[in-house]
Design a protein around this ligand. Structure first.
Ligand code: PGA
Length: 248
């Protein structure tokens, strides 16, 4: 594992023009046009962005993938093989917005992880507790229950992103102590349940921005960041990526 990984999650934002403009701005700078930086763009723009990214080191990521592996009658779905076909290197799996609005459960997420790995696309499994769960002191067991699909995966690389739901898009950042606690918990959980943790990157996500990136990325066991709102602004995202580039 070398260097930190920063992925910008654009969510359901941009249009064809603004997506291309954002990518051009990222390609213009060494801090963002390098290994260890990626963008998760809306599905409809992925193919065009893949063309723009050809020959660059900036990685393309999808925000979701179908739980169905084979081609067939699954209206509206995008398969892992399709993502691989156009050059996606990563795909987000189980983002809290997908769990919340689309009822994605562990069974579906395990299939998505398997399909991505089989297609050669690295899945980024997102986990995290809600405010109610944290206030009830259940955060560790909630995260462990979300991680429980990982021992089912016998081969292939994946990334984990810890994103406390209460910190996503709210401007409320988890404290460095909270981040350190959960990241250590996840690494330890992986060691105990999968037998190894050094190959698995654990990113932090939730209101990461230019002002707080360096401190978060320097926190123990934080291997990178998943950046939502701040990734829509090339200057802010560049500062986050610069902070990541300075750290091992
Ligand atoms: P945010 O989103 O940075 O806007 O809080 C992070 C995410 O949902 O991945």
């Amino acid at each position: 594992m070398s260097g930190k990984l920063v992925i910008g999650n654009w969510k359901m934002n941009t249009r064809a023009d603004s997506a291309q403009a954002l990518v051009s701005a990222l390609l213009d700078h060494a801090a963002t046009n390098r290994e260890g930086v990626g963008i998760a763009a809306p599905a409809v723009y992925l193919a065009a962005l893949a063309e723009s990214l050809k020959g660059s080191r900036l990685a393309l990521s999808a925000q979701d993938v179908s739980r169905f592996a084979a081609d067939g009658a699954y209206t509206g779905e995008t398969s892992a093989a399709m993502l691989a076909d156009i050059g996606c290197r990563y795909v987000l799996v189980g983002h809290s917005e997908r769990r919340q609005y689309f009822g994605e459960d562990n069974a579906a997420l395990l299939q998505k992880m398997r399909n991505a790995i089989a297609a050669g696309v690295t899945p980024v499994l997102c986990v995290g507790e809600t405010l109610e769960q944290r206030e009830a002191g259940q955060h560790l067991e909630v995260i462990a229950a979300q991680l429980a699909i990982l021992p089912e995966l016998t081969d292939g690389d994946y990334v984990i992103a810890y994103e406390p739901v209460w910190a996503i898009g709210t401007g409320k950042v988890a404290t460095l102590e909270q981040i350190a606690e959960i990241h250590a918990f996840i690494k330890n959980w992986c060691l105990q349940n999968i037998g190894s943790s050094d190959k698995i990157r654990v990113l932090y996500g939730g209101s990461v921005k230019a002002e707080n990136a360096e401190a978060i990325l320097a926190t123990e066991n934080v291997d990178g960041a998943l950046v939502g709102g701040a990734s829509l602004d090339a200057d802010s995202f560049r500062v986050v990526c610069q902070a990541a580039g300075k750290l091992i």
